[in-house]
Design a protein around this ligand. Structure first.
Ligand SMILES: CC(C)(COP(=O)(O)OP(=O)(O)OC[C@H]1O[C@@H](n2cnc3c(N)ncnc32)[C@H](O)[C@@H]1OP(=O)(O)O)[C@@H](O)C(=O)NCCC(=O)NCCS
Length: 146
């Protein structure tokens, strides 16, 4: 398995993974295309590739000292094998290299698996935004010091 920057040829696989992992609000393929092409300022798209197949992706942005993890997802069949951990390590390294001091993210309070993953990675809760998502779910804001 390798983690590397996404290429144009990965966009369909990333879009499929978005649809599987975030059925309520997947990133549209057009937006992904722009991000992968480097047209969205400060946004980086990484993929985890296993035997030539994209099995996970992470999207992050860095603006001065604050990095934001906008997406992280792994295909259902490949979960609990450390792939998200590897993607997160690459995001942390990239963000630190660009001078970020902390990594922030929003997660649905109902997403127990992701919350467990983030807690294990050392994120701490710093805020909550009630009814943040369109379906009324509360967002938990997590932070990791870099
Ligand atoms: C959250 C997600 C990215 C984790 O990916 P993953 O590759 O399975 O994570 P890892 O294998 O690196 O997990 C590392 C550790 O995190 C914890 N963890 C990960 N998923 C967990 C789960 N569903 N339940 C409990 N703990 C979990 C465990 O401690 C795990 O270590 P272990 O397997 O040795 O017990 C994956 O479940 C996913 O794609 N979910 C759908 C998309 C999503 O919700 N993304 C986050 C949106 S904010």
């Amino acid at each position: 398995m390798v983690v590397r920057p996404a290429r144009a040829a990965d966009i369909d696989a990333i879009a499929d993974l978005e649809a599987e992992s975030f059925p309520q609000d997947p990133w549209p393929a057009g937006y992904l295309t722009e991000a992968v092409a480097g047209l969205l300022h400060s946004v980086v798209v990484l993929v985890a590739e296993d035997a030539g197949v994209v099995v996970g992706h992470a999207i992050a942005s860095v603006v001065y000292e604050i990095a934001e993890l906008q997406r992280i997802a792994v295909t259902r069949q490949q979960r609990r094998r450390g792939l998200a951990g590897a993607l997160l390590s690459a995001v942390r390294e990239d963000a630190r290299g660009k001078g970020a001091e902390r990594l922030l993210l929003e997660v649905r309070e109902t997403n127990a698996g992701a919350l467990a993953f983030y807690e294990r990675a050392g994120f701490v809760e710093i805020d909550r935004r009630s009814r943040y998502y369109r379906d009324g779910t509360t967002a938990i804001i997590l932070q990791l010091s870099l």
